[in-house]
Write a protein that binds this ligand. Structure first.
Ligand code: NDP
Length: 237
């Protein structure tokens, strides 16, 4: 099943949660993986050692830092932008600096990383950005800014798919619903409210999201592009 053997993959934000599961899955599928981390150095290094990946520290809010990492990779086959932050709360009370940093990490980061990576990507390369079902649907108060960042991912995926299609490079987003990570633990206080919107009333596990990413970066998905792939237990149905 090592169908990514010979492929070079960069995962931005691969130290914990969904990103860590993507690192594990793509490494198991045979890719040579480099992962970035922001602040979780120990987790990143332990994961890298476990799966035989390389690590680089790079703050995804810092365009130049990410550009440097991408430039150092040479020709990439796969870019996955997973790094993301969640700032939620009443719009009238949120700290505007926190909102701006979320926009930096969730919107400016993925856009510039995708463009920079595409400059040096091999023909048939794959770009996947982790969005959210909240890009489609925000069924409670307090999520306007986060939902806005994930709707922005949709626009960049549609547009960049057209920019890079002539080189066979695909650009897609994966839109999870609730996933059991530090960001959204399955035992957290919001769980019953979130499950009330779902057809299958449970959090996904990070490995389930990694499975969809593995499909999108694999050989069967070369005609899949410009699309948002929702995996949310029916949260947005
Ligand atoms: P976690 O908070 O559990 O992990 C976030 C990951 O992103 C960590 O590896 C973290 O690295 C990295 N990261 C965050 N900020 C930065 C930064 N500035 N620079 C570099 N890396 C950074 O989140 P999840 O795994 O839950 O979320 C991953 C993605 O999935 C996000 O884009 C999120 O919006 C999205 N998502 C999550 C859902 C959920 O329910 N969990 C639902 C829908 C979408 P480090 O600790 O090293 O800084």
């Amino acid at each position: 099943m090592a169908h990514l053997t010979g492929k070079k993959a960069l995962i931005l934000g691969g130290s914990r949660g969904i990103g860590a599961a993507i690192v594990e899955r793509l490494a198991a599928d045979g890719a040579a993986v480099t992962l970035t981390y922001g602040s979780s150095q120990d987790a990143a290094e332990a994961l890298a050692e476990k799966v035989g990946a390389a690590t680089v520290q790079a703050d995804s809010a810092d365009r130049n830092a990410v550009a440097q990492v991408i430039a150092s990779q040479g020709a990439l086959d796969i870019l996955v932008v997973n790094a993301g932050v969640l700032v939620m709360g009443p719009a009238l009370e949120l700290n505007p600096d926190d909102v701006d940093r979320m926009i930096d990490v969730n919107v400016r980061g993925p856009y510039h990383a995708a463009v920079d990576a595409a400059r040096q990507m091999n023909e048939g390369g794959r770009i996947v950005i982790i969005g959210s079902v909240n890009g489609d649907r925000m069924p409670f108060a307090g999520g306007a800014a986060y939902g806005m960042t994930k709707s922005a991912v949709q626009g960049m995926v549609r547009g960049l798919a057209r920019d890079f299609g002539d080189r066979g490079i695909t650009v897609n987003s994966v839109q999870p619903g609730p996933v059991n990570t530090d960001m959204n633990p399955e035992g957290g206080p919001m769980k019953d409210m979130m499950h009330s919107f779902m057809a299958i009333k449970r959090h996904a596990q990070p490995e389930e999201i990694a499975g969809m990413v593995a499909y999108l970066v694999g050989p069967e998905a070369s005609i899949v592009t410009g699309a948002q792939h929702t995996i949310d237990g029916g949260f947005g149905a």
